[in-house]
Design a protein around this ligand. Structure first.
Ligand SMILES: CC(=O)Nc1ccn([C@@H]2O[C@H](CO)[C@@H](O)[C@H]2O)c(=O)n1
Length: 121
C-alpha cells in the first residue's frame, strides 16, 4: 500500500514519464545535431529505454536549455570494442575521438547502445 496521496503519486508519475521522454546532450554537440552532421548517439543501458518511433524533447545537459525534437529511429546494442569508422562518421568524429569521448562518459563500460534519430523541423 502506498502512503502518498493520489495527487502526489500522479505528480511523480508525470515527472517520470517526462524524464523518460527527454534526452540531453552536451552543449558542444548541439550545432552538429541541428545541422544534421551527428545522427546517432551512443548511450549506456540506463538510456536504452527510448521507444522506436517516439519523439523526444532535447535539451543541453549543462543548463537544460531546450533546442530541438528528435524522432527515435532505432536502438541497437553495440559493444564498445565493435565501434567502427561508420559509427564515427555518423557522430561527425574520427574513431579515436569517438572512443575517447565514450571512455570519458562511460569509463570501462563495454555494453552500449546506438540510438539513431532524425531531427524534426
Ligand atoms: C549529456 C548526457 O546526459 N549524456 C550524453 C551522452 C553521450 N553524448 C554524446 O553521444 C555520443 C556518444 O556517446 C557522443 O557524441 C557523446 O558525447 C552526449 O552528448 N550526452
Amino acid at each position: 500500500m502506498c502512503c502518498l496521496s493520489i495527487e502526489c503519486q500522479i505528480f511523480i508519475k508525470k515527472i517520470i514519464m517526462k524524464t523518460l521522454k527527454d534526452m540531453t546532450f552536451f552543449e558542444r554537440f548541439e550545432a552538429d545535431i541541428l545541422c544534421g552532421k551527428k545522427v546517432i548517439t551512443i548511450r549506456d543501458e540506463s538510456e536504452s529505454h527510448y521507444q522506436v518511433g517516439s519523439v523526444v524533447d532535447v535539451s543541453t545537459f549543462e543548463t537544460g536549455r531546450y533546442f530541438c525534437q528528435l524522432r527515435i529511429l532505432s536502438v541497437e546494442p553495440i559493444a564498445f570494442s565493435s565501434l567502427d569508422e561508420d559509427h564515427a562518421k555518423q557522430e561527425n568524429m574520427t574513431l579515436p575521438e569517438l572512443k575517447s569521448v565514450i571512455q570519458n562518459i562511460y569509463p570501462g563500460i563495454e555494453r552500449l547502445f546506438v540510438i539513431t534519430y532524425e531531427r524534426l523541423a
